[in-house]
Design a binder for this molecule. Sequence first.
Ligand code: GTP
Ligand code: MG
Length: 192
Amino acid sequence: MIKKAELYKTVYRIDQLPPEDKPEVAFAGRSNVGKSSLLNSLMKIKIAKTSSKPGKTRSINYYLVNDNYYFVDLPGYGFASVAKTEREKWNELMNNYFINRMNLKMVYVLIDHRHKPQKNDHMMIQWLKSLNMPFMIVLTKSDKLNQSEKIKKLNEIKNELSVYGEYIYFQTSANKNKGIEELTNSILAFLK
Ligand code: GTP
Ligand code: MG
């Protein structure tokens, strides 16, 4: 159970990462997919800043949960109006992060339940796979679909990503607090 959460550190450069003294899980996904909202739901406290405009979270935000582990809100990708230099900075930061972070136990890749995975979602998944980084897929904003659409879209997304392997999928809604308990159980199991 998640009993306590606080913003621990905001990281803009790789040398600012906290020591690898506690296990961590990270949340990746396109800008505006709902990473920060999902974290707020998981932590049961609205501390991650959210926005209807993409590109809100530009830093790696560390949350200390139950005094014992970190939840990591990664900066979103695929934000069209980002300058090339900023994109290069993002690439370098993320590459360093994924390669070096020995205490990183699992990456949750968020994809909007309503949409087909985009080109950069494919790139992220191929990238994680090439690094042998374990990951699972979290579908977000499920409240925007009805029951039959949910099943249809889940199958379409699963089918499209099956070229990379078999993955675990969570269907969530941060707004309606759906699927949050299942996801919490998965996360805590990796942090034991
Ligand atoms: P960046 O920080 O820009 O990368 O975005 P993010 O992935 O952190 O997204 P954020 O949590 O800020 O949410 C983006 C928008 O989607 C906001 O307007 C949220 O209110 C909305 N949103 C997030 N989760 C849900 C959800 O489960 N359901 C619905 N209907 N809207 C959601
Ligand atoms: Mg965010």
